[in-house]
Design a protein around this ligand. Structure first.
Ligand code: 13P
Length: 255
């Protein structure tokens, strides 16, 4: 089986309603013109726009919708939070779990992320699990050990069957929103390492089918060389996903 190619736009906490609707409309229209099955285009708007986005994208099979976060419990008295079963009931496809901004600003640790992974998968969602090292770890050349621990502590308890619903996004923290991208060689090395680690823990067939996305300052100008690597199956795009033309140029770079 060929691995799924995925380009996802993580809008983070950006766009007002009309801007969000405009961006969704434009991306959905453009994605609808791509050959079906060639690439999955994922939109991850702020949660308040998920319903609008899913309604607009419903008829375009190339489009999938992701939430940027979910709570670790399936329901309950957690004012202001959003539960995975709610997302599933809205026909949301993915939830992003473990983004470095959530790890940093909301103190989400390995154990909490493991709970989120379990709750999301139990609800029937697919997950985009983010991993990646900060700059000081990269400078010490300890990035492999660091990322391996993130996987071990939050994902390696899953059964082999559950991995059909898992996508990994490698996002080196030092490359997020900084304009600094990992070199194609650095991205390929880490993606290959992640795939090997999954193969070792499970089996190589499972690892071969796992889509691993790169994220961190991907732009139209560098997307082609990053996506050209054997183990890079797509991207998780932040800033450049906020504009239709730049996002679609990145999507097209993987075709
Ligand atoms: P940038 O593309 O803005 O660096 O953000 C990457 C990211 O964090 C996507 O989740």
């Amino acid at each position: 089986m060929k691995r799924k190619k995925i380009v996802a736009g993580n809008w983070k906490m950006n766009k007002k309603l009309l801007e969000a609707m405009r961006l969704s409309t434009e991306v959905i229209r453009a994605a609808g013109k791509l050959a079906n099955g060639s690439v999955e285009v994922v939109l991850a708007p702020p949660a308040v726009y998920l319903h609008t986005t899913i309604s607009m994208g419903k008829r375009v099979p190339q489009i999938k919708v992701a939430a940027q976060n979910c709570h670790h419990e399936a329901s309950g008295a957690y004012t202001g939070e959003i539960a995975a079963p709610m997302l599933q009931s809205m026909e949301i496809d993915y939830v992003i779990i473990g983004h470095s901004e959530r790890r940093k600003y909301f103190h989400e640790d390995h154990a909490l992320l493991q709970q989120k992974v379990n709750t999301a998968l139990a609800a029937g969602l697919s997950i985009i699990f983010c991993c990646g090292e900060p700059l000081d770890v990269r400078e010490k050349e300890e990035q492999e050990q660091y990322v391996l621990q993130q996987l071990q502590e939050s994902l390696f308890h899953l059964s082999a069957d559950q991995w059909s619903k898992v996508v990994i996004a490698y996002e080196p923290v030092w490359a997020i929103g900084t304009g600094k991208t990992a070199s194609p060689a650095q991205a390929q090395a880490m993606h290959a390492f992640i795939r090997q680690a999954v193969a070792k823990q499970y089996e190589s067939k499972l690892a071969d089918q796992l889509s691993i996305l790169y994220g961190g300052s991907v732009k139209p100008s560098n997307a082609t060389e990053i996506f050209a690597n054997t183990d890079v199956d797509g991207g998780l795009i932040g800033g450049a996903a906020l504009d239709t033309d730049s996002f679609m140029a990145i999507v097209k770079a993987i075709l």
